[in-house]
Design a protein around this ligand. Sequence first.
Ligand code: GLN
Length: 487
Amino acid sequence: MRKLNIFRAGKLAVAVTALLALAGGFVGVSAAAASQPQSAVTGETYVIGTDTTFAPFEYRENGELTGIDMDLIRDIAANQGFTVEIKSLGFDAALQALQSNQVDGVIAGMSITDERKLVFDFSEPYFDSGVQMAVAEDNTEIIGYSDLAGETVVAKRGSEGETFANSIKDEYDFTVKALADSATMYDDVKAGNSVAVFDDYPVLAYGINQNNGLKSVTEKEQGSSYGFAVNKGQNPELLAAFNAGLAELKDSGEYQAILDTYLEQPAPAAASGFFGLLGDSLPALMKGLGLTLLATGLSILIALVLGVLFGFFKVSESRVLRGLASGYVSIFRGTPLLVQAFFFYFGLPQLTGQSIDVLTAGVLTLSLNAGAYMTEIVRGGIQSVDPGQTEAGRSLGLGYVTTMRRVVLPQAVKIMTPSFINQFVMTLKDTSLLAVIGFAELTYQGQQIYASNFRTGETLLIVAALYFIVINLLTMLSNKLDKRFNK
Ligand code: GLN
């Protein structure tokens, strides 16, 4: 799969062209679909999407992705001579990423269902599962579906559990709410926001054994088996290699050994104190913080360029340029950032056939968004300088450019700086929204951590404290610079 990388300017141009088409509706784009090599899998690298946490199938241990699915795909890859790059995206996001060709395959305890077979091709089944209901450990009221009347239950977005809950909700008169990952679902039940969760029984059983605060009260439902999925009609060689590798692992007994390793219930991990959690999670969080700052820095730089450019367009005498700038600003201020992020990461590849990496999509989203606000800051700054100043400059015989540079801008920049700092802080915080497209920044790292240790509150406190410290340090620094240069 060809990847769009931020550092490869040529390909970025494709994305920008597409963006212009979106913004103005006057540029047609017909990027050719990336061609898929049809050779054998040997030596190939495939990008595989998976769930955030679905222990014992995928979860993190000391920051490393592990579990039945992870061992299977890695061992099959080794057996068949290809390499895998695993992306922990969340279940629904992984399926979306597959559909928009952001990943080549998905292994995520994914049930083989007739509905999904319409859009995906599945491998041979590798595990039999089924949906089950669980409630909070101390809940004595709910012991069957008929106790759910008038209540709210939770299930994972896009999962078989959600489909099952929806199929019986009218009969038992309850409401189904969907969340993205297992950890938040379980928290929702423990917090009492939902009375029960519908999830796959091996996963519930594993969590309950790890003291996740839940218990199961009903029998498991007859469910489907798990399979490895690729897009319909695409990557047949990868699917064939998966099946061949799976067969070999079964023959050699390795498949059974993997199951035994993870299904033989481990003793619940002893809870470390707050500082234990801090120490364990800090390395991953710092990595996330680095990416947060990288995305913020790149986005702010590009946004600054966009803001100055379109800001000048806005105060220019040309109606066309003013119209262009207004169009840009209204599109990016008039749509939610989250929708823009989804669009650039999932939508654009579908429209252009060109896949885009998550950092590029994230920076594109944030910079275009922040650029729109910067445009308004620049416009406001220039316009807030008394027109008399321009007139005075012009009457002294200075040209437009010189008047701008020597008279207007020095005053305008002083006015704009606090707003720039404000925008910078907002963009830094907005990077957290990129967690939904799987960008491994700070919030994403936090989610990965509580998804496996179930200590949501404490982990979020640490994450929030890191944002707080960094943002306040940077604000202090910016204010100092502002004072120094804008006296
Ligand atoms: N087996 C379920 C499904 O495919 C849930 C998978 C998951 O949550 N990772 O819908």
